[in-house]
Design a protein. Structure first.
Ligand code: SF4
Length: 390
């Protein structure tokens, strides 16, 4: 066997401009062992006062979330930031695409900071703009593009949202995906939806909420010629799903659901729609991160739950509800590794730099991309009903 000597490229080292990840953080970070990190973070935040607004995504570590002015999922946080125009600096404790959305939705005078530029999202990285443009060209060639409406999940890069905006499509979140798909199918006679980048959210919503069949869905694999699909398959499909998934939610498996049901009497399985279709089919309840939090808050004391979402959030829910039995729906520990990039040393470094007048790790979307992405986001905001509540 030949052993190929490949250089290891640890996450966060080197430069890859076409990726959300792989960008080195400049500057000297404080040591993780520094016992004064909490005090330093507090002091920097106090010094910045109203100039800074700290956003904390639900999947962030406790050591960071304690400094958040608001917590929430990506879209709620971006809107919260837009609601604080007096805040000069928005420190986004989350991942890259979220900071981009905050930059798009906030005013020109506000600067969005991501404490570690290596905090990307593996799902968002699975759809690169050149791959998506190639897929669109293939749909044009197959004669189906005129009936295709693109819908992209919030968890996508700004240039994918811009692609969606300029091609008549919209953005969706995990709580308004059903409304967004209904809207998309109503846009054209015999419309097809091109759903990016999470195949599971697209399939679960189309099949379980809109009543489409599994055979109405095809998967576009960007690594295969013509996405691995024939022209006939493209013509017959109602849903063209991008072959992307969340590396955290994609781990949950149906056999663990069976195991937990056998070992915990009365356990209710509560999962996020980014989970595989087979897992969602076996769950009692399916919904967005906010839905999961509200369900546990409203659950009676003594009830048992196994939750299929990111572990930081599951642990926090278990700590906050000691009167309920809360388990994680996986045999092994699995955090979102990129969310976890934002740790206390990076947070302290970003906050102290801002307090000293140096803006570091600013996330800036270029004006053209921003304008087109805003078109898609505005279509989402205009959707009827619970459209933009997450
Ligand atoms: S949990 Fe999944 S979708 Fe969310 S940031 Fe991590 S990899 Fe991306």
């Amino acid at each position: 066997m030949t052993i190929v000597d490949l250089p290891l490229l640890p996450l966060g080292q080197g430069k890859d401009p076409s990726s959300e990840r792989g960008v080195e953080c400049p500057g000297d970070l404080p040591a993780a062992s520094d016992p004064d990190l909490v005090a330093r973070a507090r002091a920097a935040k106090e010094a910045l006062g109203d100039k800074v607004f700290v956003l904390g995504h639900h999947y962030q570590r406790d050591e960071v979330i304690q400094f958040a002015d608001v917590t929430g999922d990506s879209f709620k946080l971006a809107r919260d930031a837009a609601g604080r125009p007096e805040a000069e600096y928005i420190v986004f404790c989350g991942v890259h695409f979220m900071a981009e959305s905050a930059d798009i939705l906030t005013g020109a005078a506000q600067q969005v900071i991501l404490p570690d530029l290596a905090a990307g999202c593996s799902m968002a990285d699975m759809a690169r703009i050149n791959q998506v443009e190639n897929a669109w060209d293939a749909m044009v060639e197959a004669g189906v593009a005129d009936s295709v409406v693109p819908v992209t999940y919030m968890n996508s890069a700004a240039d994918i949202k811009a692609f969606t905006g300029r091609n008549g499509g919209t953005v969706c979140t995990s709580s308004n995906a059903e409304v967004a798909l209904e809207w998309a199918f109503a846009q054209k006679p015999e419309a097809k939806v091109f759903f990016l980048p999470d195949q599971h959210l697209g399939r679960n919503t189309a099949v379980l909420k809109l009543g489409l069949g599994l055979d109405d869905c095809v998967v576009w694999n960007p690594l295969l010629p013509n996405g691995g699909l024939t022209v006939e398959q493209l013509r017959d499909a109602r849903m063209i799903l991008w072959k992307g998934h969340c590396s955290v939610h994609g781990r949950f498996s149906p056999d663990v659901v069976d195991e937990l049901r056998a070992s915990i009497p009365g356990v209710q399985i509560l999962v996020h729609p980014e989970c595989q279709h087979e897992v969602v089919l076996k769950a009692d309840l399916v919904g967005s991160t906010e839905f999961i939090i509200k369900t546990i808050e409203a659950a009676p004391a003594g009830s048992s739950w196994a939750i299929g979402t990111e572990l930081n959030l599951v642990k926090r829910l278990a700590d906050a509800h000691p009167d309920k039995h809360i388990s994680f729906l996986d045999r092994t520990v699995c955090y979102c590794s990129t969310m976890n990039r934002i740790d206390l040393p990076h947070f302290v470094w970003a906050m102290e730099s801002l307090a000293a007048g140096a803006v570091v790790n600013q996330i800036q979307v270029d004006p053209q991309t921003e304008q087109e992405a805003l078109v898609a986001l505005q279509r989402m905001l205009d959707l009827p009903g619970r459209s933009h509540k997450d």
